[in-house]
Design a protein around this ligand. Structure first.
Ligand code: NAP
Length: 287
């Protein structure tokens, strides 16, 4: 039976450490503050945003929501981002996705100033990550890497197979795993013979968005299995991309859903807000 990687407990420990750092900043007269932009009325987004505001509360980060109407124009969205870029009281800007279809999310991400890019989605952050410079790393991949570190899972020379190539999870994970000296394969919906790759993985990371898609016969005995997926089943319950019940018997380590990567993602957002606040302080002292 696999060791269950307890993302919930690790995220709590990280939040507690961040609270200490946040208090130190406050003693210096600096109040870390996150701005969250939501466009429209997406029910799933509301849940995610609520969880983020709770985490901010716990760490001591100020939190401000900016709600734009569903029919807001691209210009209105970009104007709000530009306003927040200039606002000295705001340290981090998070644009909650998805956006309504008429809005271009990449244009919006590009408008967020690098030093407030707590989601790590701007071209500057993505570029820096790809050349191995210190930067804001997208929260979910960063959370996965922290799990490896906490559980002493060494990626050196290991074959990491990532299923999913999204800009927010799969692609930044490639760079994160390369930096840890893994050999990385990325699969997606056009991959032929997916099983050939997943069965060869020492470390398998699923970020697909399909409930229980990865079955036990697709996994190598003793593999480390990380489940990024969050899917709502017909029974209303949350399920990951991994068939947990059966894969657990074969894996050496596995993350559950819920209680795995999800809480780590939010903890890494808090981490990035504190990082952004500190970097902005450094910038100020350079003048
Ligand atoms: P996404 O943008 O929809 O990307 C899904 C990826 O899976 C795509 O690259 C797609 O391939 C690939 N894929 C789809 N069907 C496949 C198949 N049959 N075989 C192989 N690959 C397939 O999703 P995402 O935003 O990365 O999110 C993925 C999942 O993670 C979702 O369940 C999401 O809710 C969850 N998520 C969780 C967290 C967290 O905090 N735990 C954070 C973000 C996302 P193509 O590129 O070819 O279409």
């Amino acid at each position: 039976m696999a060791i269950i990687i307890d993302g919930k407990a690790l995220a709590k420990k990280i939040r507690q450490n961040l609270k200490v750092e946040c208090n130190k900043l406050k003693e210096e007269g600096v109040n870390p503050k996150l701005a969250v932009i939501m466009v429209g009325d997406n029910p799933a987004s509301k849940v995610y945003v609520r969880n983020k505001s709770r985490a901010c509360n716990e760490v001591g980060i100020e939190y401000q929501e900016y709600l734009l109407k569903e029919d807001s124009t691209q210009e209105e969205l970009l104007d709000l981002i530009k306003k927040l870029n200039k606002d000295k009281d705001i340290n981090g800007i998070l644009l909650q996705s998805p956006l309504p279809e008429h809005l271009d999310i990449n244009k919006a991400f590009k408008t967020i100033t690098y030093l407030k890019d707590v989601d790590g989605f701007t071209p500057a952050s993505v570029g820096k990550l790809s050349i191995g410079e210190d930067t804001f790393v997208s929260c979910t991949p960063l959370g996965v890497i922290k799990m490896f570190e906490e559980y002493n899972i060494d990626l050196t020379g290991k074959h990491v197979v990532i299923v999913g190539r999204s800009n927010i999870v799969g692609k930044p994970l490639i760079q994160c795993c390369l930096q840890k000296h893994a050999t990385v394969t990325v699969c997606h919906s056009r991959t032929t013979d997916l099983e050939k790759f997943t069965k060869d993985a020492d470390i398998l990371i699923a970020a697909i968005g399909k409930s229980k898609f990865i079955k036990a016969d697709m996994v190598k005995e003793g593999a480390v299995v990380i489940d990024v997926g969050i899917n709502r089943g017909e029974d209303g319950k949350l399920a990951g991309d991994i068939d947990f019940k059966n894969v657990e018997k074969k894996a050496s380590y596995i993350t559950p859903v819920p209680g795995g990567v999800g809480p780590m993602t939010i903890a890494m957002l808090m981490n990035n807000v504190i990082k952004a606040t500190k970097e902005q302080q450094k910038e100020k002292s350079n003048f």
